[in-house]
Structure formats: structure tokens, C-alpha cells
Design a protein around this ligand. Structure first.
Ligand code: 8DG
Length: 133
């Protein structure tokens, strides 16, 4: 099976959490959703919760799929799920990334997203708008 990369659309108070890559050099500085590769034997939800814990040092709950499946270079695919902080008072921190940012609907298009994430922007706009009602 192709490698599956899962990403978390974590929304709080009408804002989406984006993280800025530190690596590799050609993607450093670009923004992405928390997440990573689904390892053998993991469900996608388990892998995503694990990656969020590793990258953000918070516990999240995983919800519905968001947007289309996006093909990535090398035969991988990116699948995004909505996510929420188990304890809304917890503050994620950038464990492996350069920076974190809570991004509002009106700022979503301004970030220098990884190319695959750009294709998800319509779905992310919809999710963030719904979350701020
Ligand atoms: N986490 C994440 N990865 C993304 C996004 N968009 C996107 O194109 N990718 C790509 C970048 C990488 O090629 C791949 C995930 O790499 P990663 O470095 O986060 O995954 P990982 O921690 O499991 O590391 P690895 O074992 O795959 O090297 O997916 C996104 O929004 N979030």
C-alpha cells in the first residue's frame, strides 16, 4: 500500500493551528499541518494522535476526514482529519518545528504552505469558518 501521511486540522476559537517546517532545507520555512506517516499496525487516528503528541506535546481527539485525499511525491498520499485538544486549556508547543501559529480564516491564504496543503485550503476555509460560528 502507498504510504499514508495523516494531517491534523486542529481548530480552536475559529483558528487553525499551522506549524512551520525546520527541515528539509527546501521546505524549511514553509507551513504544514501537524502530522506524519502512519506506521505499520497503526490506525490513521492513532498515528495522528501520536504525531500530535510528539510534535505539539498535547493530547488530541480525532474527528472526521477533511477535504480530498492529496497525492504526494513518491507515491504517498495525504489525508487530513479534524482534531481538537482534549483539554482546551492546553497550549501546544513547537517540539520539532520552527514555529506554531493559530491562523484565522482571513489569514489562511497568506501563509507559504507546502504545495499539497494549498490544495486543501478550500476545505480548511470551510472548517475554520464553521468553527468560528
Ligand atoms: N505532517 C505533514 N506532512 C505533510 C503535510 N503536507 C505535506 O505535503 N506533507 C508531506 C511532507 C513529508 O514529505 C511527508 C510527511 O513527513 P513528516 O516528516 O512529517 O513525517 P514523519 O514524521 O512520519 O517522517 P518520515 O518517517 O516520513 O520521514 O508529508 C502536512 O500538512 N503535514
Amino acid at each position: 500500500m502507498d504510504a499514508v501521511i495523516v494531517g491534523a486540522a486542529l481548530v480552536r476559537d475559529g483558528k487553525l493551528l499551522a506549524q512551520q517546517r525546520a527541515w528539509p532545507p527546501h521546505h524549511a520555512g514553509q507551513w504544514e499541518l501537524p502530522g506524519g506517516r502512519v506506521e505499520e499496525g497503526e490506525t490513521e487516528a492513532f498515528a495522528l494522535a501520536r504525531e500530535c503528541h510528539e510534535e505539539l506535546d498535547v493530547v488530541v481527539t480525532i474527528g472526521e476526514r477533511v477535504g480530498p485525499e492529496i497525492p504526494l511525491p513518491g507515491g504517498k498520499v495525504l489525508r487530513v482529519y479534524s482534531a481538537a485538544l482534549l483539554s482546551p486549556g492546553d497550549e501546544p508547543r513547537a517540539v520539532e518545528h520552527t514555529a506554531l501559529r493559530w491562523v484565522g480564516h482571513d489569514e489562511l491564504d497568506d501563509l507559504d504552505w507546502l504545495p499539497a496543503d494549498r490544495d486543501l485550503l478550500p476545505a480548511l476555509h470551510e472548517l475554520v469558518s464553521a468553527g468560528s460560528e
